[in-house]
Design a protein around this ligand. Structure first.
Ligand code: SF4
Length: 423
């Protein structure tokens, strides 16, 4: 971590307990400053879509902190087209937790959550979010909403946050098996959620705005599919942070003009990219510890290696039907690769590994994520059966104190060298 961020994080940490309001003011000022830096002095190695997403996400994190009365705390899988249609900004677990990590301050929020009784073994993204709420640093949202997809942490965290702020909470229960009956069941809940949204905001949901958000979603998905087709034969320099950033437009910002612009730039960049030139092509499964310098050194802007995609960023590529918005949202949830049996995730990873000509897969076992840990062996077997090498990398995507950095970088380096030796 660089010295400025370390000092900033310590200062935030000192304020969190004594004066949460000042901690929030400092965080907002820090994000504002980093947003300006990203806009006017971006890293020259970044491609246009990567520069753009840094600015876009920075704004997406700041807005709910600035206007909490028009914000909702949600999980990453919540279909946010309904929120966009109502002009409500989502604040989501992994997003806020990663930005607090980026501000060098995740430890104080983890400590707040643990001192309130949250188990040490709980997912660190959730601990940071809970700590931000319990400490009083995150301002009260208008409501809280989550899906049961994809982990049991969702059930506890969001209810606790809603109770803490005494705001409405809505849970969308997603069955683990796809069927038309399940689509109708989830669609019914989404209709109820829309009513709750109207009650909470005291406004009517405008159907034309929801349809516009769905059309935008479809245009984004079409461009994204086109991008993957072209990426098959291309080399695009990249970095861990930009891939983790992509969780915003592929999830909570999907259906907004900003996300659509991102996918347009992504497509333009892949069209302009150089042909693949024998670099080792890596697929990543699950979240990315983008802040770990040792891993960045191995993968960022490296001409011999390309990080192709993280599977969370192609977890749901279904287009939507604007005449059946609720059924479409339900279908996307039910067909998500992390819903149900691990074979679904393995199958999609295999399909993408073949499409993108991946040489290997890094399966990131995020500490506390029972879902990922439980699927590791099966997914490795399924991929290796087809000749795709897999590295299961244990770590923590958010808690700096919970990683064995030396061991992780040694293992990743060895894996990459084995792939390179087999060239
Ligand atoms: S990392 Fe795992 S436990 Fe944490 S939020 Fe994601 S799915 Fe849930």
């Amino acid at each position: 971590m660089n010295a400025v961020i370390e000092t900033f994080g310590k200062t935030v940490g000192n304020f969190v307990i004594r004066s949460p309001g000042r901690a929030l003011t400092l965080l907002k000022a820090g994000y504002e400053a980093s947003g300006l830096q990203m806009r006017y002095l971006p890293d020259k190695r970044l491609l246009p879509h990567q520069k753009y997403i840094a600015v876009m996400n920075n704004r997406a994190i700041r807005l709910p902190l600035k206007n909490p009365e028009r914000s909702a705390v949600v999980n990453v899988f919540l279909p946010c087209q309904l929120l966009h249609a109502m002009n409500v900004t989502p604040q989501f677990t992994e997003g806020l937790a990663c930005y607090l990590n980026g501000a060098g301050s995740e430890q104080v929020f983890i400590a707040c959550a643990e001192s309130a009784g949250v188990p040490q073994t709980y997912c660190s993204y959730h601990k940071v979010l809970l700590g931000a709420a319990f400490s009083g640093v995150m301002p009260p949202p208008r409501f809280v909403a989550s899906t049961s997809l994809a982990c049991d942490a969702n059930m506890g965290t969001f209810r606790a946050i809603a109770e803490h702020y005494k705001v409405p909470y809505f849970l969308i229960d997603v069955p683990s098996v796809y069927s038309e009956e399940a689509v109708n069941y989830v669609a019914g809940q989404l209709r109820d959620f829309a009513s709750m949204l109207e009650d909470s905001m005291g406004e009517k949901l405008k159907e034309d705005r929801l349809r516009a958000s769905i059309r935008s979603t479809n245009r984004s998905i079409q461009m994204y599919r086109e991008y993957f087709k072209l990426l098959t034969d291309k080399y695009m320099p990249g970095d861990l942070t930009s891939e983790m950033y992509k969780v915003f437009p592929t999830h909570i910002l999907l259906g907004t003009p900003e996300a659509e612009r991102y996918f347009r730039l992504l497509l333009e960049d892949v069209k302009a990219a150089a042909p693949s030139r024998g670099e080792k092509r890596i697929l990543w499964a699950h979240t990315i510890p983008f802040w770990q310098d040792s891993l960045r050194e191995l993968l960022n802007f490296n001409e011999r290696r390309q990080l192709l995609a993280c599977d969370l960023n192609f977890d749901s590529m279904e287009e939507m039907d604007e005449t059946k918005p609720y059924e479409s949202m339900a279908r996307r949830l039910l067909m998500n690769i992390v819903n149900g049996a691990e074979e679904n995730r393995a199958g999609k990873l295999l399909e993408m590994a073949e499409t993108l000509r991946a040489d290997g897969v890094v399966y990131f076992n995020h500490w506390g994520c029972k879902h990922t840990l439980g699927g590791a062996r099966l997914i490795r077997e399924k991929l290796e059966e087809k000749g795709i090498p897999v590295l299961i990398l244990d770590g923590d995507g958010c808690d700096r104190k919970n990683v064995n950095d030396g061991q992780m970088s040694t293992r990743l380096q060895a894996f990459l060298e084995i792939l390179e030796a087999g060239a």
